[in-house]
Write a protein that binds this ligand. Structure first.
Ligand SMILES: [Zn+2]
Length: 405
């Protein structure tokens, strides 16, 4: 009786289970699996040895490249084998443009290498069983081209040497060049002239060669409230004409002063919009300076002027060409008393009078600061020059006296 049977009287006696010993102990049942495992490991080792021992010992095998057989040591890097045998650089595609021009014979995609149906792995080696390799030329890289028409500025030439009045002799014309551009790199591949440029030719007039005992008084940087009226009044009183090179910004501010200068019989030329150094401006900025100052002059007087003096006298042949091609005549100067530095009335007078000779162009200022010394010097200058037999002309009159038309 089991202790359980005591507690449950009347319950049927549990069936006794008799454990009988198996004829094969449990550990013996794993033996076949163990043997299979060992066999597999041995087979793998054998296969590994079969594959890798020849590789380690570089035993030669046969491979095909594009179906042609080659003998090569197993274990050799496939890339090295191909490069040594075929020169992979020569299988590189070309870099071309769509016109057919070759930019770089080896600038295209690299050679396409396939090993046993897959793309060559980096560092992949020839295996002992050999490989079937396919080697093909890399694709060409083709850049599209575009044609671009580029304007070539006309050259500017000047005849007449160092003459201080300059006008246009013949208007030039820009030429055009047709450029073929690689649209990817922006490089100009070729260019050919489509239309040739015609040079701009300028004529300088040497005023100091004239026979007439005439000088041109010129006043820059105005109009300026106070000094301009005083100078115009002196000129009127002395029955003398002068030339005023005015700034557009000042004409706009004092249009009545510009009108007073003109109605006094004087000539007004332009001196830029706001006294910028034109050698530091772009072509279009210069164009704006010309248009704006001319517009201010037209608004004040109802007419256009043909005369221009560059701020600081700073220019280049190209700038002279641009200005004269806009129908301006250019007036530089021959005598500079530096009146704007206010050296004293007597200094201004003596410098002008000693510099005067037939055809002289005298630079003074009615604007740009306190010009009371210039105002005070003017009657003395006129008196001294009149005494020497000089007459006073505008730069336009001097231009005609010098042969200008
Ligand atoms: Zn100036």
């Amino acid at each position: 009786m089991t202790p359980e049977a005591h507690q449950h009287k009347g319950a049927p006696e549990p069936r006794r289970i008799v454990m009988r010993k198996s004829p094969h102990p449990a550990h013996r049942r794993w033996v076949p699996f163990l043997l299979i495992g060992v066999a597999v490991v041995l087979a793998m080792a054998a296969y590994g040895a079969y594959v890798w021992v020849p590789v380690w010992f570089h035993l030669p095998v046969s491979v095909t490249v594009n179906s042609r057989p080659y003998k090569v040591d197993s274990g050799t890097k496939i890339h090295t084998f191909l490069d040594d045998t075929f020169g992979l650089a020569s299988y590189q595609g070309k870099l071309k443009v769509d016109t057919g021009q070759v930019l770089d014979p080896r600038g295209g995609k690299p050679a396409v290498i396939t090993v046993d149906g897959h793309p060559l792995h980096s560092g992949e080696r020839i295996r002992f069983g050999g490989n079937a390799i396919k080697l093909a030329r890399g694709a060409d890289v083709i850049h599209p081209t575009a044609q671009k028409s580029v304007a070539i500025a006309p050259k500017v030439s000047l005849q007449g040497g160092n003459g201080r009045l300059i006008s246009l002799l013949r208007a030039g014309r820009p030429g055009t060049v047709l450029e073929t551009i690689d649209t990817v790199t922006g490089k100009v591949l070729s260019s050919k002239e489509a239309t040739s440029a015609i040079d701009t030719r300028l004529q300088a007039f040497t005023t100091t060669g004239i026979k007439a005992r005439a000088v041109a008084l010129t006043f820059d940087d105005g109009p300026n409230d106070g000094e301009t009226q005083a100078i115009v009044a002196t000129l009127k009183k002395e029955n003398v004409k002068a030339t005023f090179f005015e700034l557009g910004i000042n004409i706009k501010r004092y249009p009545a002063l510009t009108r007073a200068v003109v109605s006094g019989g004087n000539l007004v030329g332009l001196h830029s919009w706001d006294h910028k150094d034109f050698t530091k401006l772009s072509t279009s900025q210069i164009s704006g300076q010309l248009s704006d100052s001319q517009a201010a002059y037209k608004a004040a007087t109802g007419q256009a002027t043909q005369w221009f003096r560059l701020p600081y006298g700073a220019s280049t042949l190209t700038i002279d060409g641009q200005l004269t091609s806009r129908n301006f005549r250019l007036a530089y100067w021959t005598v500079d008393p530096n009146d704007w530095r206010r050296p004293g009335v007597d200094k201004i007078v003596s410098r002008v009078v000693s510099g005067a000779r037939p055809g002289a162009i005298i630079l003074m200022h009615d604007g740009g600061g306190d010009r009371s010394q210039t105002v005070a010097a003017l009657p003395k200058i006129i008196a001294a020059l009149k005494k020497q037999g000089y007459t006073f002309v505008t730069v336009d009159e001097l231009y005609r006296l010098s042969g200008g038309k």
